[in-house]
Ligand binder design. Structure first.
Ligand code: CAA
Length: 388
């Protein structure tokens, strides 16, 4: 078994770590405090090829693999979790389904500028009355000749306030069957595409989300992804990839909190010695380090399977479930290591704690990940696509 990174993956690791350290991290506290979208960092991520990493170069992307993407996501999120999720929505939730399912004729207009980061995409599945139960959507797509008319509302749309286009899911009928759903690319300037006010959030405050309403929004048939009725499976496959991004984001947040706690433990003194010399603190840091490593291995395994073109629903769900719960635990323990200083905004760990929580919720809650894993467990016994 080879755990080594390739030369390209090492270059991505070094480049994104440097970028996160020099440019992203210095802005993170202010972006959170001011709930400000990091326009300059998005421009820099575009220049560095981070907005469409897995899209082939011929279609405007960086032509890299999913393992490189997970490494980059971890590093950018280590610098700033808000910047990380903006990047992950562009890569996993917009570019990925458009690359896989849009007609090739759409690539010039609706993939390449997004993969280059000149334009920004978002993803609309969740609705006010359906989050986990994603098939049960109220948004409707009514066919009229060679067009569809969309009616409904999507909410919690990350990048929604800034996005130039959305990949949106709508049902064709009254039923809730998966085969009654289609996916469409809808440009922001379409009549009836209504962007609502940004949500006010606990964490990842520099990344904006909002509701988007579709008020008799007309979309030509060619903007539909894949065939009519393929929408739900496209959503699920897209989320299999998206969950790798969220797992990597959670890893970055956890690592930032762990490193802060470690550095603090080496400085802070209590009872005549640094707290790093107290076993109570050593054990906390040992647990953090172990859990972060385990989460990274799960995340990279899911990315490896994606690169091999193998089904990775179970592995992505395991990675997302575990990494996001690790991030919550590690950030909480980091506050404990800091004591009272961890609770005030002068130090970063309270922000890491607030940023971590969403990883257990978006792109499928921890409960949904357990449903996905359990379904695969019962289908395949204990054996995944890799034969173990
Ligand atoms: N790949 C391919 N096909 C899949 C699939 C996958 N990963 N998952 C399911 N399918 C197929 C099934 O095989 C089935 O097909 P057949 O009918 O042909 O057998 C069909 O889809 C229906 O599958 P299920 O019966 O499993 O569907 P379900 O209704 O029971 O739901 C679920 C399954 C796992 C609970 C799903 O609804 C789910 O993942 N819910 C959570 C949704 C979610 O993650 N939302 C987050 C929104 S994105 C976000 O957060 C945005 C943001 O801005 C960051």
């Amino acid at each position: 078994m080879d755990f080594e990174l390739s030369e390209t993956q090492r270059q991505v690791r070094d480049m994104t770590h440097q970028f996160a350290k020099d440019e992203v991290r210095p802005q993170a506290a202010a972006l959170d405090r001011e709930a400000r979208f990091p326009r300059d960092l998005v421009r820099r991520m575009s220049e560095l090829g981070l907005m469409g990493m897995m899209v082939p170069e011929a279609s405007g992307g960086a032509g890299l693999d999913a393992v490189s993407y997970a490494i980059a996501m971890e590093n950018v999120s280590w610098g700033c979790a808000s910047t990380g999720v903006i990047m992950s929505v562009s890569n996993s939730l917009y570019c990925d389904p458009v690359l896989k399912h849009a007609r090739p004729a759409l690539h010039d207009g609706w993939l390449a500028p997004f993969a280059r980061g000149e334009r920004l995409g978002c993803f609309g599945l969740t609705e006010p009355m359906s989050g986990s139960d994603a098939q049960n959507m109220a948004t409707r797509a009514e066919r009229r000749g060679d067009r569809y008319v969309l009616r409904g509302q999507k909410n919690f749309i990350t990048n929604g306030p800034e996005a130039d286009a959305i990949v949106v899911f709508a049902s064709h009928g009254a039923g809730i069957e998966a085969d009654g759903t289609s996916a469409f690319i809808v440009p922001r300037d379409t009549k009836g595409y209504l962007v609502e006010a940004s949500d006010k959030k606990l964490g990842i405050r520099g990344a904006h989300s909002c509701s988007i309403a579709f008020d008799d929004c007309e979309v030509p048939e060619e903007m539909r992804l894949s065939t009519e009725g393929a929408g739900f499976k496209i959503a699920m496959q897209t989320l299999d990839g998206g969950r790798i991004g969220v797992a990597a984001q959670a890893l970055g947040i956890a690592r930032a909190a762990y490193e802060a706690a470690r550095d603090w433990a080496l400085e802070r003194k209590a009872f005549g010695k640094t707290i790093s010399e107290h076993q109570a603190i050593q054990f906390k840091l040992a647990d953090m380090a172990t859990e972060i490593d385990a989460a990274r291995l799960l995340t990279w395994r899911a990315a490896f399977l994606k690169d091999k073109g193998l089904r990775h629903s179970r592995e992505s769900a395991m990675a997302k479930l575990y990494a996001s719960e690790v991030a919550t635990r590690v950030t909480k323990e980091a506050i404990q290591v800091f004591g009272g200083y961890g609770y005030i905004t002068e130090y970063p760990v309270e922000r890491h704690f607030r940023d971590a929580k969403i990883c257990e919720i978006y792109e499928g809650t921890s409960e949904i990940q357990r449903i996905v894993i359990a379904a695969q467990v019962f289908k395949q016994g204990v054996t995944g696509a890799l034969g173990y």
